[in-house]
Design a protein around this ligand. Structure first.
Ligand code: GDP
Length: 425
């Protein structure tokens, strides 16, 4: 069974827990897009591990983890991540971690170019994590990026990096940002790459071998569908395809290899950073923040919160081909008397069931809400779907109906046992 897990909102949906649950029965865990701007915290056997680029199967023995060709790889960042995990007693061998020779490389200069772009955008800035992900993908599309395979040929890499650095320095100088010495940068990248070299291989071939052998392959999505470069709330998006198609183009495993797509969403909506958020609600934000919920894991910044937005979820389910929903954080709504679900947008007097493309239309989109009764009881102790209060099941049924997708998992707390399995694919 080959399974794609994608977030259906703007990230932070709780994918980590669903991925962790599914990793147990996976033989191979693969990442196909994004870079080390993503990441989640996994608690395993009482220890906390932070993963950015490494697939979550790295915490298990006997699983193959693959960084697919669609990922942009920062060698310095990845080595730091590997060393941190090794320090926590996790062995990372060439059998356990495979890195695609086709991955594009995130260079130190890309991080400064990220800063330069944000500076140039001023008020219109995207709020990137400044990890150089956008500029690395831009170089890929511009066809002047460097790939992992190029790092294998040291003199070629040095020569190409000298060209790229000269170009980048012109841009950086314009913004009074630090410029780069090509030689020093090459030394740093190549020093880090020495640790990664034994892991580099043709991952497309390895993945096809696993597929043909009938292994269970789990595609671990990063970020969320609304951050997808094509299907998200452009321009407030990330630089890759976070939706299910990206799992195929980013790994070399074709659409015909996919058996199921699990879309993860919260029972409400949250968003960090800039961009449209029609169902944002101050009352719900205050309520969740008062419970100590929805603060960013690394920044501590309060996330914006709002009602479940079925317009966005419907769109997400369509473009992902979602076969089952995993609805997390249901427990967050335990004590809210009346809940709202956004079922459409009113834009200039016309009802829309799907999100608009026109970025200005978002400012005029008024949510059309349906009210449903809350359940006013603690769900955190529920261990089976049938234990859930009737109103919780009613809420989930309505969501399923609005998205035309069955509910497969329900999350009622951060613990593993608080993941309820509704139906198996
Ligand atoms: P990701 O960005 O989608 O991978 O999000 P994470 O997996 O990092 O999840 C964010 C946080 O939400 C983590 O601390 C999880 O333990 C927590 N979490 C996940 N599911 C639930 C849930 O159903 N209820 C509660 N209360 N917390 C959850």
């Amino acid at each position: 069974m080959n399974t794609i897990v994608t977030g259906l909102q703007w990230g932070d949906e709780g994918k980590g827990k669903i991925v962790d649950y599914l990793t147990e029965s996976a033989d191979v865990v693969v990442r196909g897009q994004g870079g080390n701007n993503a990441g989640h915290t996994v608690i395993a056997k009482g220890t906390k591990y932070v993963l950015h680029l490494l697939p979550s199967g790295i915490l298990w023995d006997g699983k193959t983890n693959v960084i697919g060709n669609g990922v942009v790889l920062d060698p310095i960042g990845l080595v730091a991540e590997i060393e941190r995990l090794e320090g926590q007693g996790i062995a990372i061998t060439p059998e356990k971690l495979l890195i695609s020779d086709r991955c594009h490389v995130v260079l130190p200069l890309h991080k400064e170019l990220d800063a330069a772009r944000e500076a140039a955008l001023g008020d219109r800035k995207i709020g990137t994590t400044k990890r150089g992900i956008g500029p690395a993908y831009a170089d890929k599309i511009n066809r002047n990026g460097l790939r992992v395979a190029d790092l294998l040929d040291e003199s070629y890499f040095r020569e190409m990096l000298a060209h790229r650095t000269a170009e980048a320095n012109e841009v950086l100088a314009r913004f009074d940002l630090p410029t780069f010495d090509a030689e020093q940068q090459a030394d740093e990248v190549l020093a880090a790459f020495a640790r990664l070299r034994p892991h580099v291989t043709n991952t497309i071939a390895s993945l096809h071998k696993s597929w043909k052998a009938g292994d269970n392959i789990l595609f671990e999505g990063a970020q969320g569908s609304l951050l997808d470069i094509d299907y998200g709330t452009f321009p407030f998006v990330t630089s890759s395809n976070t939706t299910a198609g990206g799992a195929c183009t980013g790994t070399g495993l074709p659409p015909t290899s996919i058996d199921q797509v699990i879309g993860v969403c919260k029972a409400y909506t949250t968003r960090v950073g800039a961009g449209p958020f029609p169902s944002a609600d101050e009352g719900l934000s205050d309520y969740l923040h008062d419970l100590g919920r929805e603060f960013g894991a690394t920044t501590g910044r309060a996330r914006g919160c709002g009602w479940l937005d079925a317009v966005l979820l419907r769109h997400g389910c369509m473009v992902n081909g979602t076969t089952g929903l995993a609805v997390t954080n249901v427990d967050g709504l335990d004590q809210y008397e009346t809940l709202k679900i956004c079922v459409g947008y009113d834009i200039d007097g016309t009802r829309h069931d799907l999100p608009p493309a026109d970025r200005h239309a978002w400012d005029r989109a008024t949510p059309i809400y349906e009210e449903v009764p809350g359940w006013m009881s603690d769900t955190t102790g529920c261990t089976h779907y049938d234990d859930l209060p009737e109103n919780t099941k009613g809420y989930l049924r309505r969501l399923s109906e609005l998205c035309d997708t069955p509910i497969q998992f329900v999350g009622v707390g951060p613990d593993r046992v608080q993941t309820l399995v509704v139906a198996t694919g």
